[in-house]
Design a protein around this ligand. Structure first.
Ligand code: NI
Length: 160
């Protein structure tokens, strides 16, 4: 268990495409534990491995604080609807912007035992899945912001 350093916008690791996970090793499990610790410590609702400098397709999400979700090699299978709302990112501290995302997404991913599963999300969970999966392809939400990035008071907005 450890808190890892969160990389911030401008760090080139955030613009790279991550590699698929082929095997969950002890090191991978340690990384996953650290990602959850780091996300909760930073009061975030999601974190992707490149945000801690690791170019692997691993995401952690928890939009309620009591529902930890691990996604390994996640792929969006289906989306529907639309939502427009404030979005933030732990790699872009103190900022937020309006982003339009699907209101529903269906994701296929693998768990810690590399067993495939399907998970669906709506509203904030759908937004978090899209935001975090974008990180795995080197994309930040700031590319999708409608209008200007705004300054936010810390803790006022959800950070992902
Ligand atoms: Ni983010």
């Amino acid at each position: 268990m450890a808190i890892r350093n969160i990389r911030e916008m401008g760090d080139e690791v955030l613009n790279k495409k991550c590699k698929e996970v082929t095997e969950v090793t002890d090191r991978t499990r340690e990384l996953i534990d650290d990602m959850f610790d780091t996300m909760y410590d930073a009061l975030g609702v999601g974190l992707a491995a490149p945000q801690v400098g690791i170019l692997k397709r691993i995401v952690v999400v928890d939009v309620t604080g009591e529902d930890p979700i691990l996604l390994i090699n996640p792929v969006i299978l289906e989306t529907s609807g639309e939502q427009t709302g404030h979005e933030g990112c732990l790699s872009v501290p103190g900022k937020s912007g309006m982003v339009t995302r699907p209101n529903y997404v269906k994701v296929k991913a693998y768990d810690e035992d590399m067993k495939p599963f399907i998970i669906e999300g709506t509203e904030l969970l759908a937004r978090a899945f899209c935001h975090e999966i974008d990180h795995l392809d080197g994309h930040l939400y700031v590319e999708k912001v409608e209008g200007d990035l705004m300054d936010v008071v810390p803790d006022e907005d959800e950070e992902e």
